[in-house]
Design a protein around this ligand. Structure first.
Ligand code: AMP
Ligand code: MG
Length: 539
């Protein structure tokens, strides 16, 4: 481990190996024939560290003491560069809400470079909100505190939940004010600005491939794809950098399909709704990327979306995410088609997505119910019945599964219906009527029978079942209102709640009885409050 930022080693493969934009002035434009533009972060008035993630520092090989270095906020606020950093923004395109949007690109993200740690791993450092780039279009390149707190906390929360994600090293306030019209209703306000330093093996998105293909720049598409295979998929393609074959490209695309399927299953398992699953927000590594108007399911609802911009079409609603990911993969398949020239094997990979998603979803459904295996013959139905019960009364997903773990299958045969339902009653947002009692009790009895059958088959015990459920069902997630409370305090200059949430969410599956208050349903005041249930893309 190293103790100073100066000891970081940069090995900027992307900048070194891929074509740069020849224009060096920073003004908004279309950039063709290049993968990136060199652009420096815009200095800010008074950068101050709000929070840091020691686990992410460790990925870079840095000791946690690094956060006390006064230079830290200067660098990760965008005021200074370390030797070896080569700041740049990448070009990409994307399908937004189902339509091709042309060139997008890193409009408010600036890559500082690739750290090569002592283990030989490469980690790209990226400042989000560090000022305009050639890709900023009509916007300012900045980010506000509220969205930066959300990105910082959720990146780390997702990681600790076991969900693949980009990471966040630090959250720095800029000391500047940024104008935002939060609900696009003409009421703009000045908000504190902030900068998150994101960290990932790469930030490459589906859109990076789409833009070259859309411009019919097949040479660059190929060069960029080859670079991606050699660097970001080096495990799959070891050995010298020979020319890749069609079979290699197909194997690679298949891998992206598999990883994306696994990611979707994770989101569904924990109740995460991304909110803006445009193809420019889809990571080539199958990571969760770009935390904007995301949200966490509170009341279980397949149709819920946190994003007000998507309230009409609900394209990115919770239950639609696996389908949208497939649609996005199909756009990526179209983009790389010129490298492959055959439709069927690409379609076969998309089929593999479906199969892998199904496999993961079934595995997760079994784990969430504490069953050792998913038996399609009976568990498909059992699960569907549960989702039907959730339709009857607003039921908090997180609290439901966590409470259900306490059910002892041997006890309930002599329980009355209400006693059965008492096990999960805490998860209801309103009083259960007779129908709800009957339906839930009926389901719980069927479920208890299934558990008993499972115990007989596997020799598992009640305690083992609880452990299995509690490792699949988090107790603590970044509920929308919890994030908002941390934001309200942070806006008033008190960062303690950010730190506290980071700490709780570090062990989301642990009981942590001292934080029981954070295992609570969304309070009524938060039901329709901006930031708690409704979010826009304004960030
Ligand atoms: P998003 O919806 O956040 O994924 O962003 C879509 C596109 O808009 C990307 O190219 C972003 O870089 C760009 N963008 C979003 N917010 C800003 C901003 N404040 N300044 C410049 N570009 C932005
Ligand atoms: Mg984005």
């Amino acid at each position: 481990m190293i103790s100073s930022l100066q000891e970081l080693v940069f090995d900027n493969r992307l900048v070194r190996e891929l074509p740069a934009d020849q224009e060096i002035d920073n003004y908004r434009r279309q950039v063709a024939g290049a993968v990136y533009s060199r652009v420096a972060p815009t200095p800010v008035k008074n950068p101050q560290l709000i929070a840091g993630a020691p686990e992410v520092a460790a990925l870079l090989g840095l000791r946690a003491t690094i956060f006390t270095d006064p230079q830290f906020a200067q660098i990760f606020g965008g005021n200074q560069l370390l030797a070896g950093m080569e700041p740049h923004a990448c070009v990409y395109g994307g399908h937004q809400f189902g339509n091709w949007a042309g060139q997008l690109g890193d409009g408010r993200a600036i890559n500082l470079g690739e750290v090569k740690n002592q283990r030989g791993e490469h980690w790209t450092l990226q400042l989000k909100g560090a000022g305009p780039t050639p890709y900023s279009r009509t916007a300012d390149g900045l980010a506000v505190l509220r969205s930066s707190v959300r990105e910082f906390l959720c990146s780390e929360a997702m990681h600790h939940l076991g969900v693949p994600t980009t990471r966040a090293l630090s959250l720095v306030s800029s000391g500047e004010l940024v104008r935002r019209d939060m609900f696009y209703d003409g009421n703009s306000e000045l908000e504190p600005g902030a900068i998150v330093c994101r960290v990932a093996p790469t930030f490459t998105r589906f859109g990076n491939f789409e833009i070259f293909s859309a411009r019919n720049d097949i040479a660059l598409l190929k060069q960029f794809t080859n670079f991606t295979l050699r660097t970001d998929f080096a495990d799959m393609f070891p050995g010298p950098a020979a020319e890749f074959t069609k079979a290699d490209y197909l194997r690679w695309f298949n891998e992206i399909c598999i990883r994306t399927a696994q990611l979707m299953a994770h989101w569904m398992r924990v109740g995460f709704v991304h909110g803006v699953m445009n193809t420019d927000n889809m990571s080539i590594l199958g990571l969760t990327i770009d935390y904007g108007p995301y949200g966490w399911l509170e009341g279980y609802d397949q149709d819920w979306t946190p994003n007000t911009t998507d309230a009409q079409g609900r394209r990115y609603r919770y239950g639609n995410q696996p389908r949208v990911a497939l649609w996005n993969l199909a756009q990526l398949a179209n983009a790389i088609y010129p490298l492959i020239d055959e439709v069927e094997p690409l379609q076969a990979a998309l089929e593999n997505y479906r199969a892998e998603y199904e496999r993961c979803a079934q595995r997760d459904a079994a784990a969430k119910l504490g069953l050792s295996q998913f038996d399609p013959g009976q568990d498909q139905y059992l699960n569907e019945q549960l989702l039907e019960c959730f339709q009857l009364i607003e039921t908090d997903m997180t609290i439901f599964y966590r409470s259900l773990a306490q059910l002892n299958a041997d006890d309930i045969s002599h329980y009355a219906d209400t006693q059965c339902v008492d096990i999960v009653r805490e998860s209801f947002y309103s009083a259960a009527d007779e129908n709800v009692e009957t339906q839930f009790a009926g389901w719980i009895r069927r479920y208890a029978q299934r558990l008993q059958q499972d115990y007989v088959l596997t020799g598992n015990t009640h305690e083992q079942k609880i452990a299995r459920m509690n490792s699949a069902n988090p107790k603590y997630v970044l509920r929308n209102y919890l994030a908002q409370q941390a934001i309200d305090k942070a806006t008033a200059g008190d960062y303690s709640e950010v730190e506290k949430l980071l700490n709780i969410l570090r062990n989301p599956y642990d009981e942590q009885p001292e934080y029981q208050d954070y295992f609570a349903k969304r309070p009524e005041w938060a039901r329709h409050k901006a930031g708690c249930s409704m979010l826009s893309c304004s960030s």
